[in-house]
Design a protein around this ligand. Structure first.
Ligand SMILES: O=C(O)CCC(=O)C(=O)O
Length: 258
């Protein structure tokens, strides 16, 4: 569970770090599983590969819980759902999850951006949960954040929504080096990104997006760049803990790209 100080820093700074939330055994189980998925996807060949300024920045395996039951099991692990419900309330819903793998071959940065423009919601309950499956130092492209941002900032488009790079160079954000098993909880308004991985070990990060089931997506304006194909959120709406108080919304199996 999170301490009062960690909950306070989440609300004040827009993120908090839970060190050692998962044990070495937990991490080894998830890492073995994702390594096997990585092999099944041709070591990134069939993954979603994204670029910045035309250069590949990352490989993403979407919704790892569709590839292995190990991830379904960890999605509802009380080590995660305890802190999630401390931050969002007793009812926590999955929006989507993905594993980002950044290797030495990915030759550009992940530019700073907020998550909110990708899936704006009425109450902004969206929280990004970063489960570190490898130790990420500065050299291995650790996560970076700008603390204390509480509103949506204007973004530009470059294979996704990014903050204008001249105004928001990566160096503006502070580094969050983490050990395998550390978990970061971050609000969708917190600008974040990451640097290159210059080591020969891939950086592996499981990202889980959650929301309150009473929070509703806001339609993005027509023509907004949406890198993920509509309908590609097959587990969206799954309750990770608590209940969905809206029977009709739950029964409709509502799943949107937002
Ligand atoms: O994995 C990273 O370094 C950044 C990922 C990210 O911000 C995202 O996928 O939205």
């Amino acid at each position: 569970m999170l301490t009062d100080q960690q909950i306070e820093s989440y609300h004040r700074d827009g993120y908090t770090v839970a060190r050692g939330l998962f044990s070495a055994e937990d991490v080894a189980r998830m890492k073995t599983e994702i390594d096997a998925v990585w092999d099944r996807c041709g070591r990134g060949e069939k993954a979603q590969n994204t670029a910045f300024a035309g250069v590949k920045k990352m490989s993403t395996i979407r919704d790892p819980q569709l590839h292995s039951g190990v991830f379904t099991r960890y999605l509802t692990d009380p080590k995660l759902t305890g802190p999630m419900s401390q931050l969002l309330g007793p009812d926590v819903q999955l929006h989507h999850s993905k594993v980002n793998i950044k290797t030495q071959d990915d030759r550009t940065i992940f530019p700073l951006h907020q998550d909110a423009p990708y899936f704006p919601h009425e109450q902004n309950s969206l929280c990004t949960v970063l489960v570190h499956l490898t130790t990420t130092t500065s050299e291995r492209g650790c996560f970076r954040v700008i603390p204390g941002v509480k509103e949506m900032l204007p973004h530009v488009h470059d294979e996704g929504h990014i903050l204008p790079p001249d105004e928001y160079p990566l160096e503006r954000a502070e580094e969050l080096p983490a050990a395998a098993g550390d978990v970061v909880f971050m609000s969708s308004f917190t600008p974040h990104g990451s640097n290159l991985n210059t080591t020969d070990e891939p950086r592996v990060l499981w990202i889980i997006q959650i929301r309150s089931p009473t929070d509703h997506p806001i339609e993005q304006p027509a023509g907004t760049l949406q890198p993920t194909a509509p309908g590609n959120r097959p587990s969206q709406g799954t309750m990770l803990c608590g209940i969905n108080p809206d029977f009709e919304r739950a029964a409709s199996g509502e799943s949107s790209r937002l």
